[in-house]
Design a protein around this ligand. Sequence first.
Ligand code: 5GP
Ligand code: ZN
Length: 112
Amino acid sequence: MLSDDCVFCKIIKGQIPSTKVYEDEKMLVFKDIEPKANVHLLAVPKDHFKLLSQMDEIRAQTLSYMLAKIPQIAAQNGCANGYRLVINQGDDAGQTVFHLHIHILGGENLPW
Ligand code: 5GP
Ligand code: ZN
């Protein structure tokens, strides 16, 4: 299920433009609008839920599916030499978009 008032759901529905690098029936990967590394992609499930803390068995299956796809997607998009995956959970992590997403950061020797 997608949400009407979520920026990533709007990107999934094509209501907000994005630079997509991979899409299938379960997930979408697109470029972050404010990249924090030479390569900064966001991988999102095509199912709206806000937080990693809302994980359940079905959602965990989707996350597992995404993790199985990400290495090839990353390698094909400038991260053949390595990358970092990040999930921000909640306010202390600085989460700003409340639709679960995995940051894929790479394309350089990450400075932190
Ligand atoms: P968070 O801090 O919630 O983990 O990360 C949200 C990320 O989404 C940020 O890196 C931010 O730059 C990115 N972002 C927010 N709005 C948009 C948008 O409309 N389009 C794209 N491509 N990225 C966005
Ligand atoms: Zn959403």
